[in-house]
Design a protein around this ligand. Structure first.
Ligand SMILES: Nc1ncnc2c1ncn2[C@@H]1O[C@H](COP(=O)(O)O)[C@@H](O)[C@H]1OP(=O)(O)O
Ligand SMILES: [Mg+2]
Ligand SMILES: [Mg+2]
Ligand SMILES: [Mg+2]
Length: 346
C-alpha cells in the first residue's frame, strides 16, 4: 500500500475491508446458532457476534495503525488469547484508497484520531432474527420461550415479518478528528445484493467529509414527512417527540446505522429519538456518512455531539438527524421546550 496516500484515506479504506470481514463473522455466528447472549443491563444485550466482530475490527486496525485510539462498545470478556489469524484483515478497499483527501485532513496523524467501533448495531434485532432462522415452528417456539427479552407482541410481529429484522443489523466504524466525525463506514451484513445474476450478501457504505459517499445509490427524501425511530427502546417521551412532528408516516426500525441508511436511501427524511440509550459508537459513523451526504445529526436540543477520547459515552440528550438542514431545523422547531429540558436535566 502506498504510504503517500494520506492517513485518513488509508484508514477509511482499511475500515471498509475490515467491516466486510466483521460482517461475515456476524453471519457465521448466526449460522452456527450459538448466540451466547449476555445481559449487560436493562434492554441491553451482547452476543458472541458482538464480541468476535469487535475483536476482529480492533485487532486489524491496531495492527496497522498502532497509535490510534480505538473505543469499542463491548467490554470483551474473552479478550485474552490470540485473535484468529483469518480475522486480521490487512487489505484495503481499492476504490476508497484512490479518493482525493480533503486538504483539511491531509496532515492528520494517528494520535489525532479517535475511532468509535460498534461491532454490531441492532443487537435486539439480531437476536430476534435468530428465531426466524428456525424453520420448525416447534423449535422456534422453544427458542422463544428461552429468549431473554422477546415479548409476546414482538414474537407475533416477528412471525409476520417472515424474515425477522436482520436487515437492520449494521457494523459501524466511525473516524473522528478534533472531536468531529470526519469519515465512517456502515456495513450491512444481511443486505441482499444481486451482482449480475449472482446473489451476494452484505454491502458497505462509506462517507468522507467534503468528498462524499459510496456503496449505495443515493435517493431524494420522500415528498411527505416520514420519520424513522426506535422499535425496541421506546418510552412515553420518545412517543411525545414523535407525536408533535406532524409526520405522514413513522417507521420503527432497529439500530442507529440502519435508521441513517433509511435517510440516505430516501425512505425517511428525519430520525427522531428523544431518549438516552444511544452511545458515541452508535452515532459516530452514521453522523460522518450523513454529513458527507449533506445531512445533519445532533441531539434533540440541536447540539452536536463531540467524539474526543475523553467524552462520556452516552448520548444523553437523544438523536435528531435529517437529510438536510431545512428538515433538521423544522424537526428541531417542533420539539417542545419542556421536553428538551426534561431530557437535559436527566
Ligand atoms: N436503552 C438502550 N440500551 C442499550 N443500547 C441502546 C439503548 N437504546 C439504544 N441503544 C443502542 O442504540 C441503537 C439504536 O437504538 P434503537 O435500535 O432503539 O433505535 C441500538 O441498536 C443499540 O445499539 P446496539 O444494538 O449496538 O447495542
Ligand atoms: Mg449494545
Ligand atoms: Mg449500537
Ligand atoms: Mg452494538
Amino acid at each position: 500500500m502506498s504510504t503517500s496516500v494520506p492517513l485518513i484515506v488509508r484508514l477509511l479504506s482499511s475500515s471498509v475491508s475490515v467491516a466486510n470481514r466483521a460482517g461475515k463473522i456476524v453471519r457465521d455466528v448466526m449460522s452456527k446458532g450459538e448466540l451466547g447472549i449476555i445481559e449487560k443491563g436493562k434492554d441491553d444485550y451482547q452476543t458472541e457476534a458482538d464480541r468476535s466482530a469487535q475483536r476482529c475490527i480492533i485487532a486489524s486496525l491496531s495492527a496497522q495503525y498502532p497509535k490510534l485510539n480505538i473505543i469499542g462498545e463491548e467490554d470483551n470478556p474473552d479478550n485474552e488469547g490470540d485473535v484468529p489469524s483469518d480475522w486480521i484483515v490487512l487489505e484495503s478497499d481499492k476504490d476508497v484508497l484512490s479518493l482525493e483527501c480533503p486538504v483539511a485532513l491531509k496532515s492528520v496523524k494517528e494520535e489525532d484520531i479517535v475511532v468509535w467501533v460498534d461491532p454490531l448495531d441492532g443487537t435486539s434485532e439480531y437476536t430476534q432474527g435468530a428465531l426466524m432462522l428456525k424453520r420448525d415452528p416447534w423449535e422456534r417456539w422453544k427458542m422463544y420461550l428461552t429468549h431473554p427479552f422477546i415479548s409476546m407482541k414482538w414474537y407475533f410481529s416477528l412471525l409476520q415479518s417472515k424474515y425477522g429484522f436482520l436487515e437492520h443489523v449494521t457494523v459501524l466504524i466511525g473516524i473522528s478528528v478534533n472531536e468531529k466525525p470526519v469519515a465512517g463506514v456502515i456495513h450491512q451484513p444481511y443486505y441482499k445484493n444481486l451482482v449480475g445474476s449472482e446473489k451476494k450478501m452484505g454491502r458497505t457504505i462509506w462517507g468522507l467529509q467534503e468528498v462524499g459517499v459510496g456503496g449505495y445509490t443515493p435517493a431524494p427524501p420522500p415528498d411527505s414527512l416520514v420519520i424513522t425511530t426506535t422499535r425496541s427502546h421506546s418510552n412515553p417521551v420518545v412517543e411525545q417527540a414523535l407525536s408533535v412532528m406532524n409526520a405522514s408516516q413513522i417507521l420503527r426500525v432497529g439500530g442507529a446505522g440502519y435508521k441513517v441508511l433509511q435517510l440516505l436511501e430516501g425512505k425517511a427524511s428525519v430520525y427522531v429519538f428523544a431518549s438516552s440509550g444511544c452511545k458515541k459508537w452508535d452515532t459516530c459513523a452514521p453522523e460522518a456518512v450523513l454529513n458527507a451526504a449533506g445531512g445533519k445529526l445532533t441531539d434533540i436540543l440541536g447540539n452536536f455531539y463531540k467524539y474526543g477520547a475523553s467524552v462520556s459515552h452516552p448520548n444523553k440528550t437523544g438523536v435528531l438527524a435529517a437529510v438536510n438542514d431545512e428538515l433538521h431545523s423544522y424537526a428541531l422547531s417542533r420539539i417542545p421546550q419542556e421536553l428538551k429540558e426534561a431530557l437535559s436535566n436527566k
